[in-house]
Design a protein around this ligand. Structure first.
Ligand SMILES: *Cc1c(COP(=O)(O)O)cnc(C)c1O
Length: 378
């Protein structure tokens, strides 16, 4: 539709939007059409054909009941997620401990609507997952940017000091961390939990979006005796189902009761529930891809180091590498060679997602050429 002059000259700033949204930009990893896309930590493997068939079957069944609202409590799905967590997480989890929503971003939004909000604050240790701060803002929760060390680990003393000083209502710990890739040691998370309880007490949200790719174990066992701890998970990464939009959490049943105060009724469509259930039937196949990706990740780390790049130790399906005098120019040079990586705004560093062996080879060729170019000009 052609805009009239009036429509063209009228923008967001002319609308009575909330003050804290003024001048801000929406989340926006570029979705560019280039041959090799390694910028959003997706799983590069399409779902296997038998799973595609099973999804079609379960969705067909669900379609017959679409005249009705879906199961509001998603009991069957939460039961299967609980079984998956129990089997892989080293800790018994029941349906009452699990809640699911449209992506873990929605899980986090519901948590902040429940435990954050106007007059309250949340802290994260940055650089970390940018959506934590963005969702804090959109829920009216004050955001505190906590410190991280030079090597991107959480400096426990500095973090404890920040918690004691700001007394946040919500503490985010992303492990493995995005965009840096490193996992947070169990003892650090425990100490942060203690600090957060001493300060307020507050909720501690452990974002384990990438835990299936980790060398170490899930922190699910920490839920034992810690009702203010939440572990959030997603099917977007390890399950290779970013397009499905299914995230979930494990916590004390009281937390599951609490988030139901803010969730929209029937928030998880019958189609989403059916699709996620089909994917969970194929967990073993999907986790097989995770093993391949882990070995590709380790190969990328070794090759990047051999080429002369610095790499942050990675427990995820992506790698932070550098250093660059100007990471945005380096990002563009790599893109010029047909490979899209991510500039997360961490000065000197870029992030690449582990793709298929062919995609990774294309990426390695591009960064080797870039290194040569830089050595010649330097
Ligand atoms: C990708 C990612 C998520 C996943 O978000 P979804 O909404 O489930 O797709 C959550 N946390 C972190 C740290 C991530 O990188």
């Amino acid at each position: 539709m052609e805009g009239t002059d009036e429509q063209v000259s009228f923008g967001i700033d002319d609308l009575p939007v909330r003050d804290e949204l003024r001048g801000k930009s929406p989340y926006g990893a570029p979705q560019l059409d280039v041959p090799v896309r390694l910028n959003t930590n997706e799983n590069p493997y399409p779902l296997p054909e038998p799973l595609v068939e099973r999804i079609a079957e379960r969705v067909r069944e669900a379609a017959r009941g679409l005249n009705r609202y879906p199961d509001r409590d998603a009991v069957e799905l939460r039961t299967e997620l609980a079984k998956y967590l129990t089997r892989t997480g080293g800790h018994p989890v029941g349906v009452d401990n699990v809640w699911a929503a449209n992506g873990s971003n929605e899980v986090i939004q519901q948590l902040l609507q429940t435990f954050g909000g106007p007059g309250r604050t949340a802290i994260g240790f940055e650089p970390s997952y940018s959506m934590h701060a963005l969702i804090a803002r959109s829920t009216g929760t004050g955001w505190i940017s906590g410190p991280r060390g030079e090597d991107f680990t959480i400096d426990l003393a500095a973090a404890e000091k920040a918690i004691a000083e700001h007394r946040p209502d919500v503490v985010f710990v992303t492990t493995p961390n995005n965009p840096t890739g490193n996992a947070v040691p169990r003892e650090t998370v425990l100490a942060l939990y203690e600090a957060a309880q001493a300060a307020r007490p507050s909720m501690v949200i452990v974002d384990e979006a990438y835990v299936e790719f980790s060398h170490g174990a899930s922190l699910l066992p920490l839920l034992d005796g810690r009702p203010n701890l939440v572990v959030s998970r997603t099917m977007s990464k390890a399950f290779g189902a970013a397009g499905l939009r299914l995230g979930y959490l494990a916590a004390h049943p009281a937390v599951v009761d609490a988030v139901q105060l803010v969730r929209l009724p029937y928030h998880l469509s019958a189609i989403t529930q059916a699709t996620a259930l089909a994917a969970l039937e194929h967990t073993d196949t999907l986790l097989g891809y995770v093993e391949q990706l882990k070995s590709e990740r380790d190969r990328l780390v070794a090759e990047l180091r051999a080429t002369g790049y610095e790499v942050t130790a990675s427990d995820a399906n992506f790698i932070q590498f550098g250093r660059f005098e100007d990471s945005h120019t380096a990002w563009q040079r790599i893109l010029d060679r047909g490979v899209l990586v991510r500039d997360n705004g961490v000065p000197g560093w870029l992030r690449v997602t582990a793709g298929t062996p062919e995609e990774n080879d294309a990426f390695l060729d591009a960064v080797r050429e870039l290194k040569k170019e830089q050595e010649q000009s330097g």
